[in-house]
Design a protein around this ligand. Structure first.
Ligand code: AHM
Ligand code: MG
Length: 353
């Protein structure tokens, strides 16, 4: 576990935060959580360190976008979704696969960028985790200096099980996630994760190269000020979404909502998690099942939202209850605080859905 389990090296200058309160790195936090479970082997925290190392490597490259050729622009190919791959999509995917393949407890990896999952561990009895991820969400924003992110969902699976197709090992509903999270590469780099015991946020301290606890036990506000949706598609949203957005705008919930939309799900969700409100990607004419991917975009966000006291639905049911049939399947999503989501539910009931 040399990545030094992210214990910060002794810094030249003691960061200001240390003077005020003790530093908790994400690694320490995960180990502390694990200690609550007698017999826990530590393999989970070692696995998580594969993700934190990867996201630091991605962050370093994102920071240099515009300075080095490898960090901006498309590679001239499309991925399994038929979407243009950016150079950083490819790099982020390679680093994630490489780093996680070295973790003994990982059995299966599945990525937005690969059509099929990868069996990493064969029949190693230690290997029990499946990790599904989008290595670089919102990557078309890289070239213009706008926030992007990485999302991950962790499931337990049995690599010894006989299956026709590797996907079967990870095709499980979101309720079976043992952990999930994201990193937003924004004005700072923030990792947010849940292992089913609250939602915790860590900011990458560039002075020491470690993710340091900055947002403990995040709770989504009951009500926020903004809705977040690509309104350019509004004409083709199903009627219930148009009615709902109209209610938000016109003050039916006691205040008139404003609009914020970055076009990077991680960044739009991160704001919604911290400040409240609602994030939506409804069905559209072009994407009748929504655009976002259930297993590595909607499920992590839904688990985090619920753990923080919010709600996430597909429009007609809880996101986490959807039984996937394809690792790349899409889903509509509506996700936010209690007040906004209660009103959305009312709209769907009134629409007879
Ligand atoms: P990507 O995974 O190919 O980057 O696409 C997902 C992104 C999300 O981050 C974001 O919410 C959405 O696409 C934006 O889509 P649109 O431009 O249709 O609003
Ligand atoms: Mg993506």
């Amino acid at each position: 576990m040399t990545e030094a389990t992210e214990q910060p090296a002794v810094p030249d200058e003691i960061p200001a935060v240390a003077a005020q309160r003790p530093i908790t790195t994400v690694q320490q936090h995960i180990l502390d959580q694990q200690r609550r479970f007698p017999g826990a082997s530590g393999s989970f925290s070692w696995l998580l360190s594969g993700i934190t190392l990867t996201t630091k490597m991605i962050a370093a490259r994102v920071r240099r976008a515009g300075l080095i050729d490898e960090a901006t622009g498309a590679i001239g190919a499309t991925n399994v979704q038929g979407e243009v791959q950016q150079k950083l999509d490819v790099y982020a995917n390679q680093v994630m696969v490489h780093n996680l393949s070295l973790r003994e407890s990982v059995a299966v990896l599945a990525s937005e960028e690969n059509e099929q999952p990868l069996l990493v561990a064969g029949e190693d009895p230690m290997a029990q985790y499946g990790i599904i991820f989008d290595p670089l969400d919102g990557s078309s924003n890289i070239d213009v200096g706008v926030s992007v992110g990485t999302t991950f969902s962790i499931l337990k699976c049995d690599p010894g099980r006989k299956v026709n197709d590797l996907s079967e090992l990870v095709l499980q509903p979101g309720t079976r996630q043992v952990a999930a999270g994201y990193v937003v590469y924004g004005s700072s780099v923030i990792l947010v994760y849940t292992a089913g015991n609250g939602v915790h946020g860590f900011t990458l301290d560039p002075a020491i190269g470690a993710y340091v606890l900055s947002h403990e036990n995040i709770r989504m506000p009951q009500q926020g000020k903004y809705y977040s949706v690509n309104e350019a598609y509004a004409d083709s949203f199903p009627e219930v979404y148009r009615t709902y957005l109209d209610r938000l705008r016109k003050g039916a919930l006691g205040q008139k909502y404003g609009s914020r939309y970055i076009g990077s799900m991680v960044a739009d969700f991160h704001r919604t998690l911290l400040k409240g409100g609602v994030f939506l990607y409804p069905p559209t004419a072009e994407n009748p099942d929504g655009k976002l991917r259930l297993m590595y975009e909607a499920n992590p966000v839904a688990m985090l939202a619920e753990q923080a006291g919010g709600v996430a639905t597909t429009g007609d049911r809880r996101v986490l209850d959807v039984m996937p049939t394809d690792i790349h399947q899409r889903t509509p999503i509506v996700c936010g605080g209690q007040v906004e989501m209660e009103d959305f539910r009312r709209c769907t009931i009134e629409a007879g859905l």
